[in-house]
Design a protein. Structure first.
Length: 138
């Protein structure tokens, strides 16, 4: 019976490791944040702009991730629609991103920090101008 316990303990003491790179978590956060209503886009820095010029689609645009052991800190830069309740959109982004990362990776999300860096104004004025121009031509 003692022999069986030794075998069981040996099988349970595996030293396997799993590393999920920050870029994967950034991609998850970027996709999930973009799905939130009133988020029009993610805002990135120079490296994101460079990736766009080179034709690479950066799904982690506007996202920075810091990991320490099994805890993750997420920093997001978003653009929201004009007229929305910004604080509510930010809370939705935080909860959506936290839930997705924890569910997909099993990591604990310590922080989700949202920076609203711009407001997107609808181009309804353009549509009205175009309608007026076509009306003048008739």
């Amino acid at each position: 019976m003692t022999e069986e316990l030794k075998n069981t303990v040996v099988e349970e003491s595996n030293e396997d490791k799993l590393k999920i790179v920050d870029e994967v978590i950034e991609t998850i956060a970027g996709i999930e944040a973009s799905k939130v209503r009133y988020v029009t886009s993610m805002s990135g820095g120079f490296t994101d702009g460079l990736a766009g010029i080179l034709g690479k689609k950066n799904l982690g645009k506007g996202v920075k991730v810091e990991t320490l052991e099994n805890k993750v800190k997420v920093f997001l830069s978003i653009v929201v629609e004009y007229g929305c309740k910004i604080h509510m959109v930010a809370r939705d982004v935080q909860s959506t991103v936290r839930a997705a990362i924890e569910e997909m990776t099993g990591l604990e999300v310590a922080e989700v920090n949202v920076n609203v860096v711009d407001i997107s104004i609808p181009r309804e004025g353009k549509k009205e101008e175009t309608a007026e121009e076509t009306g003048e031509e008739k």
